[in-house]
Structures are given as C-alpha cells and as structure tokens.
Design a protein around this ligand. Structure first.
Ligand code: SAH
Length: 188
C-alpha cells in the first residue's frame, strides 16, 4: 500500500519518466541511484515499521524510500551528503504533503544523535562494516537494515536488532548498492 501510494515518477528526472515503473534501479543526480522498487519493498518489509515508530534513513537520494517510510511511520529523519539531491527531495516531500519527514545534510556515519534513539534505522548505501554510531543510536527493541560489503565486492543486506541491550545480526540476501562515503560532499 505504501509503495502504491508513492508515485515513483515524481522522484525521477524528465529523461527517465518512461521507465519510472520498471522494476529496475535508475540513475539520479550526483552519480547516485534510486533502488529497484522490489528492493525498496523488501527493505521496507524487513524493517517492520509500526505507526508510532521514529525512523532514521541514511542516504536520502531522490527521497523515494523516505516517502514510502513516511506513509508507515510517525516520523522519518533522513540524512544525505549531497545538498542538491536533498533540495530536490525536500521539494518532493512538500509537494506530496509528507510533513513528517525531517531532513539533514550530514555524514550518515555519524547518525543523528540529537534525535536518537530510533526505533528503526535504514541505510541505503553500502558500508564495509556496521557504523558504530548507528548501532549506538538504535533504541531497545530496535532494528536496522543495512547493506554491508566491500566496494565492488559482494554485499549483503543485514538486519541488526537490539534486544535487552544485545545486538544480533542476520543476513537477508545479496544486494548491490552505491558505497557509503565519509563526510559531506564538497560538490553542491
Ligand atoms: N534512498 C535513496 C537511494 C539513494 S542512493 C532513494 O530512495 O532514492 C544512496 C544515497 O546515499 C546517495 O544519495 C548518497 O549520496 C548517499 N550517501 C552515501 N554516503 C552517505 C553518507 N555518509 N551520509 C549520507 N548520505 C550518504
């Protein structure tokens, strides 16, 4: 339902409109990609969001995944390292009246400590290992879905959960994501 009510074409540039509903990843600005709808659906399902949840997303990109989450969660906090991508994403959130999305230009490796703890964390770029700050900002009973793997090598979607303070990990499936990169982008 959340995917159905989120118009994917609004998150793609004019050159890519004809393939907006194809089940494939598509290029967005700054050399980044919007994930394949099946992957967005699978990650969203794995995240197991409840209506009262506060969710952190790392890697706003086009804003599509955040928009899907905004229909399921109480609040979505999303971080992006490119200002220009974020400006477009913010316009889309406004146009779709998704006023429960908060945005921040920053380094997702650091999370968003002022707004933590989070019930759910989703990372939409691949990390070599689970960023410690994100694990720290996961609340009790919380869960994080993140692609983990070396750049150019095999990556796996990992679900990290915190139960009675203890973190545990399970591997969901093989995936391919753009890498998480440290720091805020110099380029606009
Ligand atoms: N969720 C997005 C997918 C974007 S691709 C969508 O639905 O369109 C991954 C995004 O992660 C890129 O926009 C990239 O710039 C961003 N990213 C990579 N490393 C990051 C970091 N350290 N902090 C914040 N964003 C990061």
């Amino acid at each position: 339902g959340a995917l159905e009510s989120t118009p994917r074409r609004r998150f793609l540039g004019s050159r890519h409109q004809s393939l907006a509903y194809a089940d494939r990843a598509m290029p967005i600005d700054c050399g980044q990609t919007i994930s394949q709808p099946t992957i967005v659906a699978m990650m969203t399902e794995a995240l197991d969001v409840e209506p009262h949840h506060r969710v952190l997303e790392v890697g706003t990109g086009s804003g599509y995944q955040a928009a899907v989450l905004a229909r399921l969660a109480s609040e979505v906090y999303t971080i992006e390292r490119y200002r220009s991508l974020m400006r477009y994403a913010e316009d889309r959130f406004k146009a779709l009246k998704l006023d429960n999305v908060r945005t921040r230009i920053g380094d997702g490796f650091e999370g968003w400590v002022e707004m933590s703890p989070f019930d759910r964390i989703i990372v939409t770029a691949a990390a070599e290992t689970i960023p410690p700050a994100l694990a720290d900002q996961l609340g009790e009973g919380g869960a994080m879905v993140i692609p983990v793997g070396l750049r150019g090598a095999a990556q796996h979607l990992v679900k990290v959960t915190r139960m009675e303070g203890q973190l545990s990990e399970s591997t969901l499936c093989a995936v391919r994501f753009v890498p998480m990169i440290h720091g805020v982008a110099e380029q606009l």
